[in-house]
Design a protein around this ligand. Sequence first.
Ligand code: G3I
Length: 301
Amino acid sequence: GTTLGASAAEKGRYFGAAIAGGRLGDSTYTRILRTEFNSVTAENEMKWDATEPQQGQFNYTNGDRILNEGLSNGSKVRGHALLWHNQEPQWARSMEGSALRNAAINHVTQVATHYKGKIHSWDVVNEAFADGGSGGRRDSNLQRTGNDWIEAAFRAARNADPGAKLCYNDYNTDGINAKSTGIYNMVRDFKSRGVPIDCVGFQSHLGTTIDSTYQANLQRFADLGVDVQITELDVAQGGNQANIYAAVTRACLAVSRCTGITVWGIRDTDSWRTGENPLLFDGSGNKKAAYTAVLNALNAG
Ligand code: G3I
């Protein structure tokens, strides 16, 4: 293939980008988006603070713009994210206990119902595990409602949209380490008890190296019977950027249940990592060496 999306499709995968509604009026941005990518993720517009700014009052205007941009271009749409301790709306931040649990589950039900049948994969829960060596849950007001909040969210999402793949998504899980093992144990437990989970997202916000166990880590999750996806890929600029992008691409292609890759933005100037130039296109929309490395990796073999 001659584009990221077409080349990934030839390998049975998608290649996506996180997009921001505020940039859709930029013709360079939309040209690259519509040419190169066959999946989109809302960078912010489907999060809890965006979709339920006041309790029980839902606003889908900006999320729908992202959805319709993707669908009109024939792309898959990843849903990001139903529950996340960060970017909770102001009204939820002071809540706790059963009131918060009920509000959170209602949020999952309402948003997943609104987008029913349109979302390829939902990040049902985002970033619920702690960094460091504990392998345990991150403290948050959601976690303090009880350890079963994650499975309750997955059950609610399944009931609302049985056709969507339901994912757990996190960062610093880019190799076999204490945090990824904590998540692995949760997924294994969910599978053994019939809690509905279909996929695990590996954000892959990477620095100047890639963990030697990156592919093995994807494979051990796949072996539990879930799909894996690279969900928020970006890589620090440096001598190794193109090589790291290629290595991630090859790792996904080597794992049959790795169904797609999403980069977290289009041009370096669109990135949340200000000044790090971590994406595939430069600020003018030109293809970088990292782009060519990914395309070649997708087309190899
Ligand atoms: O929309 C407001 C605008 O009205 C206001 O004037 C401006 C002032 O700061 O803020 C704007 O909101 C910002 C929003 O991005 C939209 O640009 C928020 O402050 C800012 O915090 C928010 O950052 C987002 C971040 O998640 C929030 O934690 C980034 O764009 C987004 O790339 C980032 O994405 C996360 C994933 O969801 C989860 N994984 C990590 C990843 C990177 O942090």
